[in-house]
Ligand binder design. Structure first.
Ligand SMILES: C[S@@+](CC[C@H](N)C(=O)[O-])C[C@H]1O[C@@H](n2cnc3c(N)ncnc32)[C@H](O)[C@@H]1O
Length: 214
């Protein structure tokens, strides 16, 4: 376990978290993933008509494997799940299929619409919120010179619109832009509840798990 530098604030510990990149995916989940593949292929085929610069998809199959392992591990303090920047809602949907009470927050209205369609088509329970996943005031944690992608969305705060708090969530999933993960870790460290988990997809085969400790 590695601890982050904290300057007297609550800490984040990186957990040793081995997930199996060859774990078999159940047929019912594979059907959902095939639908995700179709949606993504159609999107990339049309990308020049509706470019969303910030959208890049994680590896949904590996994220499912990590989520399934985490779900079975009982490491989380509850079953509430929040995806920061949920794009097409695929990971939010997979989390709800695994039994999490899942929401996904997304700034781009086109993606919010696509995510809702994905959940309905696959009869998944997750909920998609249109808004900003950064808690109010958390922007101050970014370096003055930083141009993190997540800072540029002019949308209402998602939590405030729905009377929610980030510390309602036992597990947050994020796929940050390159270089942005220390900022998102800091936001999580300041605003998540004690014992909450942060699962991050950082690139192929690179999925990390952190826990906030008081
Ligand atoms: C790298 S993509 C990841 C999408 C999805 N989580 C996945 O793993 O496939 C980041 C997503 O976060 C959204 N996003 C970035 N900053 C945001 C913010 N502050 N509030 C809400 N959504 C944001 C972008 O529009 C984009 O859809």
């Amino acid at each position: 376990m590695k601890r982050q530098k904290t300057n007297g604030f609550p800490e984040l510990e990186r957990l040793d978290f081995d997930w199996d990149d060859s774990a078999e995916i159940p047929p019912a989940t594979e059907l959902i993933l095939k639908d995700a593949d179709r949606v993504l292929q159609a999107y990339w085929d049309q990308w020049n008509k509706k470019p969303i610069e910030q959208y890049v998809a994680c590896d949904f199959r590996d994220v499912w494997r990590a989520l399934a392992k985490l779900t079975a591990s009982k490491l989380a303090k509850g079953n509430t799940f929040c995806e920061w920047g949920c794009g097409f809602g695929i990971v939010t949907g997979l989390a709800s299929q695994l039994g999490w009470d899942a929401i996904g927050i997304e700034a781009e209205s086109f993606l919010v619409d696509q995510a809702n369609r994905f959940l309905i088509r696959n009869q998944l329970k997750g909920e998609i919120l249109h808004g900003n996943f950064l808690p109010r005031g958390s922007e101050r944690l970014a370096d003055a010179q930083s141009n993190h992608a997540s800072l540029f969305h002019q949308v209402e705060n998602a939590y405030e619109q729905h009377d929610l708090e980030l510390d309602d969530y036992a597990l947050v999933f994020a796929y940050p832009w390159p270089g942005e993960h220390p900022f998102l870790e800091d936001v999580f460290r300041h605003y998540a509840g004690d014992g909450a988990l942060l699962l991050m997809f950082l690139g192929p085969y690179e999925i990390e798990l952190f826990r906030k400790i008081a």
